[in-house]
Write a protein that binds this ligand. Structure first.
Ligand SMILES: Cc1cc2nc3c(=O)[nH]c(=O)nc-3n(C[C@H](O)[C@H](O)[C@H](O)COP(=O)(O)OP(=O)(O)OC[C@H]3O[C@@H](n4cnc5c(N)ncnc54)[C@H](O)[C@@H]3O)c2cc1C
Length: 540
């Protein structure tokens, strides 16, 4: 997440100007199937044993995968019969945010649908299935537990307020269910319980060298502590079969249910013609790891290319799968180590892990700082004046600010649901520093659009960029002219998203003057000269 310049994406990685969508993974379907099959078989173990009785429910949340899924394995091991469940929670679709945007945009909803299709297929291949119901988990899970007489619901533990609220409601509503106690001769009863299992980070929460409430506030201190004092747990293996599914109870709840369509979620499908198209699901995720590390051998140059903005291959694009839990960060770690053994170890191979530690850091920080990451003053409770000017905001959101670099990035976000890390930092700085807008408006629009939306990473990064988080450099300012010259020197990126700039000479595409929309606000520090930018930054 360093902001210092390194070279941009190599020319070979760049799509031709005017090229259409870039599929991620860019593998043929049979290559994806072969890569995921190979990974599944490497992580399958015929010796895993189950010792429990009856039915256990595994409630899938943001852990839509089989490989390295501890709650799934524990539910399977503790039962005779596993019942995987996904609840399509209307609160995630039919509601809007504080500033009025839909909570989930159509692109992420489509990605989720693909994840569910893939998860269901993978479970069926291993003798199980996925029960899908539309409704609130606190309503659905108790009725399923009752119908199947299931004493335990296993699920992945989450960290942010909305998800924690749902956990509390589920726990309470399960307590209202009365089940006959298994194996009891004197007709005693029990309530089903919710068992929450940690599973979203590379470093396990229980292995941290400090209590999470004493987490170091500065990333570098966090990273150094975990790197020197903890090790990363091995991936959880898979049994060869998750079957058999429960034999009775299904009729009572109306069968396995079906994966909703976009229309059923109240959303409209849009035809995506440009940008990257990331296919949801664990098979694609495993296919992408294979493609990026082994087939295209891009891991060894990641550190040099990661600040790019154009195309599929300047960075890993793992984030949408990590956010939905279709990919485990520990699996990536083990693949990096395998690559380092078989091919080479260098700064780039390490740097992917360095970035995954950022992800862990924001996840743990969301526990330490709770709801304050969503509040205007952020974790440091900074009091500052922010504008909520609607017109300014609309111009940012729709990519009509008059600054090609901002407009191109915002168009990429709404068209594809993705934006590079470089782009995210630039548009965040522009919204906060140059427009002076309430950073939460930007964060909520990201929440609507991003395929990889994750509350801890999104709000963590926004509070950081807005100077209300734990950044030792509170006044982080990204000068657009400087960023454009460094990361889009030839104007290839802006021209891809704003074809009207194509006729300009390459050096003017980011500086089109009169031939483009008039800038909506002046830049706070409008110079390309490094020394001046630096001096002024200090004064802020
Ligand atoms: C304002 C802003 C909002 C963001 N919102 C999100 C979000 O909602 N969800 C999200 O996953 N990332 C978010 N990020 C972080 C980062 O931009 C994306 O993770 C990254 O661009 C995803 O592309 P990639 O998978 O190719 O990343 P790579 O460069 O290949 O990095 C590998 C992985 O490391 C992790 N990572 C990298 N940088 C960060 C970071 N700064 N913070 C946390 N994790 C990181 C991601 O899981 C990523 O997949 C945000 C960054 C900013 C500046």
């Amino acid at each position: 997440m360093s902001t210092t310049a390194s070279s941009t994406s190599g020319a070979a990685d760049r799509p031709r100007l005017g090229a259409r969508c870039h599929a991620v993974p860019g593998l043929a379907a049979d290559e994806v199937a072969a890569a995921s099959e190979e990974a599944f078989s490497r992580y399958s173990s015929p010796t895993l044993k189950r010792s429990g009785g009856g039915v256990s429910i595994v409630w899938f949340r943001n852990d839509l995968r089989l490989l390295d899924n501890e709650s799934l394995l524990r539910a399977w091991a503790a039962s005779e019969s596993l019942l995987p469940v996904f609840c399509v929670d209307p609160r995630n679709f039919a509601t809007t945010h504080y500033f009025g945007f839909p909570k989930t945009g159509a692109l992420r909803a489509q990605f989720l649908i693909e994840c569910l299709e893939d998860l269901k297929k993978n479970l069926m291949k291993r003798g199980s299935n996925l029960l899908i119901q539309y409704g609130k988990p606190e309503d659905i899970l108790p009725s399923i537990a009752k119908a199947f007489c299931a004493p335990t619901v296993y699920a992945q533990k989450e960290t942010c307020s909305e998800e924690l609220h749902v956990e509390r409601l589920v726990r309470c509503s399960l307590q209202q269910v009365v089940l006959p106690q298994v194996g009891s001769s004197n007709h005693t009863t029990a309530n089903p319980k919710l068992v929450l299992v940690w599973g979203s980070t590379m470093y396990h929460m229980d292995d941290l060298p400090f209590n999470v409430n004493n987490l170091p506030d500065v990333y570098t201190q966090f990273r150094k502590a975990v790197e020197s004092k903890c090790s990363i747990r091995s991936c959880i293996k898979l049994p060869l079969s998750f079957g058999p599914p429960p034999s009775s109870g299904l009729d009572e709840i109306g069968g396995w249910g079906s994966i909703p369509t976009l229309e059923q979620l109240g959303l409209k499908k849009t035809k995506q013609e440009k940008g990257i198209h990331v296919l949801g699901g664990e098979n694609s995720a495993l296919g992408r790891v294979f493609e990026y590390f082994w087939k295209k051998d891009l891991l060894k140059i990641y550190k040099e290319t990661r600040n790019g903005m154009l195309g599929a291959d300047y960075s890993t694009k793992f984030s949408p799968w990590l956010a939905s839990g279709s990919l485990s960060p520990r699996y990536i770690y083990e693949e990096v180590k395998r690559y380092e053994k078989k091919r080479l170890a260098n700064d780039s191979t390490y740097w992917v892990l360095f970035e995954l530690i950022w992800r862990d850091y924001f996840r743990f920080l969301s526990i330490k700082y709770g709801n304050s990451i969503f509040h205007l003053g952020g974790p440091r409770n900074v009091v500052s004046k922010w504008s909520q000017d609607k017109l300014l905001f609309e111009s940012w959101k729709d990519g009509r600010t008059g600054y090609p670099l901002i407009d191109a990035n915002m168009k990429e976000l709404s068209t594809s649901g993705f934006m590079s890390n470089r782009g995210r930092q630039i548009v965040c700085s522009f919204l906060v520093r140059d427009m002076g807008l309430d950073w939460r408006m930007g964060a909520e629009w990201f929440e609507t659009c991003l395929l990889d939306y994750d509350p801890a990473s999104n709000y963590g990064n926004w509070t950081y960029g807005a100077g209300v988080g734990n950044d030792p450099r509170e006044d982080r300012y990204f000068s657009i002219p400087k960023q454009a010259k460094t990361y889009d020197h030839e104007g290839e990126y802006v021209t891809y998203w704003l074809p009207e700039l194509k006729s300009l000479p390459s050096e003017r595409r980011n500086f089109p003057g009169q031939s483009y929309i008039k800038p909506i606000v002046p830049l706070k520090f409008d110079q390309t000269n490094h020394r001046n930018t630096h001096v002024r930054k200090g004064r802020r």
